[in-house]
Design a protein around this ligand. Structure first.
Ligand code: AHG
Ligand code: MN
Ligand code: MN
Length: 340
């Protein structure tokens, strides 16, 4: 029997490009190169147990966290490939303090921010991990040459594309170029991503809540009231919600996107660093906020701001992140702002 034909991700990208006669094909080219990097990382992740790439690299990153070998490997894979793709002018990565220049003569009109390996604490224990990316146009498309930090410090609302790859029970790529959210599953036997989840919409109400409850003593009272509320029984209202927390943002987000849920990494007072949350704006919160808004959900900080509207001030800035089904994000905002 013939295999079903399937829509490859390159076919999908070219078809959407065709709807825009003004498109130059540069964004398509950028995405295609990034997808090759993702396939390379996926292959490494699957080999990890065999190929001696598990464990610590011995280095500490600028966030003070120990860097796992796979973090380094994923970072280098993306950096090396994208520096010569010809479509971007500057990059930033969770693993590097400074901006990452591209190869001379290869400068293009886009910028790239990425978290090469999300969920580092899950690498060694065979739990899902991921990669996150965010793409902006450089501030002035008339400018040429190397991009600057200023080109990277742009708010989420102006992203031209954002997405993630989840290395889970299968490898999936989910992304948006502002025309809905589409999911592709890697068929490892042919090395291609095929469209498996066209036009994903998040269910309007959450089935799951995802938060690290070990941080309860460091939360503020309004948040505690909300978490008590979602755990209280009210069958007609669909409560209690079920708890799910993987500790890999990509995986927690993906599950909630497909099944309906709310993910929270609020600010807490465990230590000074976490007073503005844990997750990073440019390559964690902002790309997911773009995707969730395209999927009909919402992303906020909990102190009255929408993630997509935050003007970034530094490359590795942290923000509180509350993201997921719209009804539930609205509700938690009411709790946090003292409106209920
Ligand atoms: P990273 O592995 O890129 O440093 O990110 C880890 C993040 C995120 O994936 C996850 O949601 C969160 O850290 C988990 O933090 P806690 O262990 O504090 O719950
Ligand atoms: Mn991360
Ligand atoms: Mn990471």
């Amino acid at each position: 029997m013939n295999r079903p034909l399937g829509i490859t991700v390159s076919r999908h990208i070219l078809d959407s490009q065709r709807m825009h006669p003004e498109a130059t094909g540069e964004l398509s080219g950028l995405l295609s190169e990034l997808i090759v990097a993702a396939k390379t990382i996926s292959a490494e992740v699957n080999m990890a147990g065999l190929a001696d790439v598990l464990g610590q690299s011995g280095r500490t990153n600028i966030q003070g966290e120990s860097v796992q070998k796979l973090d380094d490997l994923a970072n280098n894979t993306i950096k090396r490939r994208m520096a010569r793709c010809g479509y971007i002018c500057v990059m930033t990565s969770e693993e590097e303090e400074d901006i990452i220049p591209v190869a001379e003569g290869y400068e293009g009109k886009y910028t790239l921010a990425f978290d090469p390996l999300d969920g580092s604490s899950n690498i060694d224990v065979n739990v899902s991990i991921g990669t996150i990316f965010s793409i902006h146009r450089r501030r002035s498309s008339l400018t040429t040459g190397q991009g600057t930090q200023g080109d990277l410090l742009q708010k989420g609302a102006t992203q031209v594309a954002a997405g993630y790859i989840i290395y889970g029970s299968s490898t999936m790529l989910v992304f948006s170029t502002g025309e809905g959210v589409h999911g592709f599953t890697l068929d490892p036997s042919v090395g291609e991503f095929f469209l498996s989840h066209p036009d994903i919409k998040i269910p309007p109400r959450a089935k799951y809540y995802s938060i690290n409850e070990g941080n309860t003593p460091y939360w503020d009272d309004n948040l505690r009231r909300y978490i008590d509320y979602v755990k209280a029984e009210d069958k007609a209202d669909g409560r209690p919600l079920s708890a799910r927390y993987i500790g890999t943002l990509v995986a927690d987000f993906h599950r909630n996107l497909i099944s309906g849920g709310i993910f929270l990494y609020p600010k807490d007072n465990k230590d000074a660093k976490k007073l503005s949350g844990k997750l990073r704006l440019l390559y964690e919160a902002s790309p997911f906020a773009f995707i969730i808004s395209q999927a009909g959900g919402r992303a906020i900080t909990g102190d009255g701001r929408n993630i997509l509207d935050i003007e970034p001030e530094s490359l590795h800035q942290r923000v509180p992140l509350i993201i997921g089904s719209k009804y539930d994000v609205d509700l938690v905002e009411d709790f946090l702002l003292g409106r209920r």
